[in-house]
Design a binder for this molecule. Structure first.
Ligand SMILES: Nc1ncnc2c1ncn2[C@@H]1O[C@H](COP(=O)(O)OP(=O)(O)OP(=O)(O)O)[C@@H](O)[C@H]1O
Ligand SMILES: Nc1ccn([C@H]2C[C@H](O)[C@@H](COP(=O)(O)O)O2)c(=O)n1
Length: 224
């Protein structure tokens, strides 16, 4: 098999496990590019909501995904020129993204967009199928997880800091429903693959998780 010259660190895991926070920090540390693949599904969901699209129409949603006018730059994301960084972060958008992510044509439509982020000197990416489907040859694959209860608490604090009201029981229910949908779909389900290292962050701080990922990557690179 031809070895791709650009290394990838793939971090997959359930909702609110800290994937985005850790992937971004690792990318900064290594000066690598960063891809938040969930944002792409959220952008399709947002566009579909804006256009009142029939959410069961897989063909239209896939066309939307192909034609999406998106720019990730300067720490923000623009859809058709408008900053939508906060709009795509709502629970409603996350739930809808999880629903449309179960459609194979939508996933296929987003594949080449994700591959385009693999640029020198390297890529750190997070999602549900980064190591299993999108970058199966990733240098390091991590399955990042935490208990659903701790994830709901982290999400609660995150929303509170943004001035968004929510309750922990409601968030826990949303997380459990989203986990079930993302794990049980027929295409590219969220799963712990045997070639991924499992990192349970339930009782770890962000810094402890970051250090562990960097240590693993250093170890993998040294063994090559
Ligand atoms: N190890 C940790 N300890 C404490 N808080 C954490 C830890 N990791 C992440 N967090 C916090 O948890 C919240 C959720 O993290 P983040 O948004 O990175 O999760 P995610 O897995 O990317 O979520 P989603 O899949 O829904 O996008 C953030 O406020 C983040 O700062
Ligand atoms: N690689 C990916 C990334 C995301 N999704 C889906 C499933 C998630 O529930 C939803 C939102 O993602 P998040 O921003 O919470 O990481 O998008 C997926 O199926 N595959």
């Amino acid at each position: 098999m031809k070895i791709h010259p650009v290394p990838v660190i793939a971090i997959d895991g359930p909702s609110a496990s800290g994937k985005g926070t850790i992937a971004q920090r690792v990318a900064n540390e290594l000066n690598y590019h960063y891809l938040d693949s969930g944002a792409l599904y959220r952008l399709v969901a947002l566009k579909a909501m804006q256009c009142h699209t029939d959410l069961t129409d897989q063909t239209t949603l896939a066309t939307m995904a192909t034609q999406l006018d998106v720019v990730f730059a300067a720490g923000t994301v623009r859809l058709e020129g408008t900053i939508v960084a906060d709009a795509i972060r709502t629970e409603q958008c996350g739930i809808l993204a999880s629903k449309i992510a179960a459609y194979p044509p939508v996933r296929d439509a987003l594949l080449s967009r994700q591959h385009a982020f693999r640029l020198p000197p390297g890529l750190v990416t997070d999602g549900r199928d980064m190591g299993s489907v999108v970058f199966p040859d990733a240098t390091l694959k991590i399955f990042l997880t935490a208990s659903a209860e701790v994830r709901a608490e982290r999400r609660y604090k995150q929303l509170k800091e943004k001035g968004i009201s929510a309750t922990i029981p409601d968030l826990l229910q949303d997380i459990q429903k989203r986990d079930a949908r993302d794990r049980n779909r027929s295409v590219a389900p969220l799963q712990q693959n045997s070639d991924a290292r499992i990192l349970d962050t339930t009782s770890l701080s962000v810094i402890q998780v970051l250090n562990k990922v960097i240590a693993w990557y250093t170890e993998v690179c040294a063994s090559k």
